[in-house]
Write a new protein. Structure first.
Length: 71
């Protein structure tokens, strides 16, 4: 599982993202968590200069690592 979230998410999803990460690791499942300090809710839907603008690159890195982007 790949999880990307922002601490300042207006829906308060950051703690749930961390809990989900903890539950997956406890179940010995593969999971990667990227928690950004800023980005709000829906940060993947618009361009910014914040680090969240690169979440899709981290997702691609994860997909490649897991073998989903085999050439």
């Amino acid at each position: 599982m790949f999880i990307a979230a922002a601490t300042d998410d207006s829906l308060g999803l950051a703690p749930d993202s961390i809990l989900l990460y903890q539950k997956w690791t406890a179940a010995q499942k593969s999971v990667e968590l990227h928690m950004y300090a800023q980005g709000g809710h829906g940060f993947g839907m618009h361009s910014t200069v914040e680090p969240t603008a690169h979440w899709i690159d981290r997702f691609a890195d994860w997909l490649e690592l897991k073998g989903f982007l085999k050439k």
